[in-house]
Design a protein around this ligand. Sequence first.
Ligand code: ZN
Length: 418
Amino acid sequence: MLTALKGNIIEALSPDILGIHPSSYLVLEDGRVEGIYPTLTENMAETAVEDFGDALILQSFSDMHLHGPQYEYMGTGMDRPLLEWLETYAFPTEAKYSDTSYAREMYRTLAHDLIQNGTTRVAMFSSLHTDSTLILMAELEKAGVTGYVGKVNMDRNAPPYLCETTEESEKETLRWLEESKRFTLVKPILTPRFAPSCSSELLAFLGKLKAERDLPVQSHLSENLGEIALVGQLFPDCPQYWEVYDKYGLFDSKTLMAHCVHSDRRERAAMRLRGVHPVHCASSNNSLMSGISPVADLLREGQKVCLGSDVSGGTTLSMLRTMANSISASKDRGALQQDFSQAISIEHAYYMTTSAGQTFFGHGAGFTVGEKLHAIVLDDTKLPKLPNITLRERLLRAVYRLDDRHIRAVYSEGVRRK
Ligand SMILES: [Zn+2]
């Protein structure tokens, strides 16, 4: 059956190019994109049209780095640097997720709020608890959020109440992978928390598992200088941070590496060569005073940069706010260096928030024909009607001024969820 959404359609075709279709029809066949047309042709006369008037129809968002159990204390402790913040806030809260009924309640709220904010694809860290991780996957799937969730592995440098033995970590990872087979929209992703929290033995186990089962991987890389120094002490045989992951086979085109704020030329060359996807988390980098990522340089180098909210190092679940924060951070870097080429554009920000994530999950960029619809309707029609304002300008303005209250509709997997 043919259906269509009507409005001003904007898609991210490449990091530099927006596809802009004023007052057009996004036609669907059984929830899959059939095409975008300025008018409906005769053979489409029977199409059921949802007319959103002058509102913007956008791709829904992909949040490629966030921590599920951290959502509940988002905004707390934003005056501490990373390692101190982890010990004071992150680890004690995460420990509560050994309680599965507590986890269900919290994760149901998170899944609901993601959809309200127009995020339909995620790459998310859970905690080390297998059963709560399965609950997180179930709650996301029920709400219509798709993507990857990882049971966290950590067998050292963690508080005793939040640390597995190597053997437990391996055994529980296998159980989690087995039990994850029941999900269709949410898939498992191997998740060594970061190099310092995993022994060499555990990393070797994960690398072997990845190779045997062709699994994706997510972790953290070069977020903060203290962390980089710690990795140097723990892995003296690896000259650079990335080489720890690489040594154990955890650094390829199915790998997401959050932050990469302090990655130098050599580390960045390795990421590009291996096809690793860096995930830029501007809000978190600011809150934890980690640094300002050279995101414009990364894009110029052809790195496959995605955006992450990094809740709760980041202080918002909104990918609209995350885009605005990314643009602002790039300008801070440009201002500090008096180098205006450091500023990223709305094209960059929108691409990194939508199509970059889609391609990591194996989909095309933009509204690809044949794929199930993932879209939002963002209503900016209450903002002043400026003469001659373009749709590109309206998108940039909407990123700065609108939030979840202005998201009128959300579609995931071809189904309306909001
Ligand atoms: Zn993180």
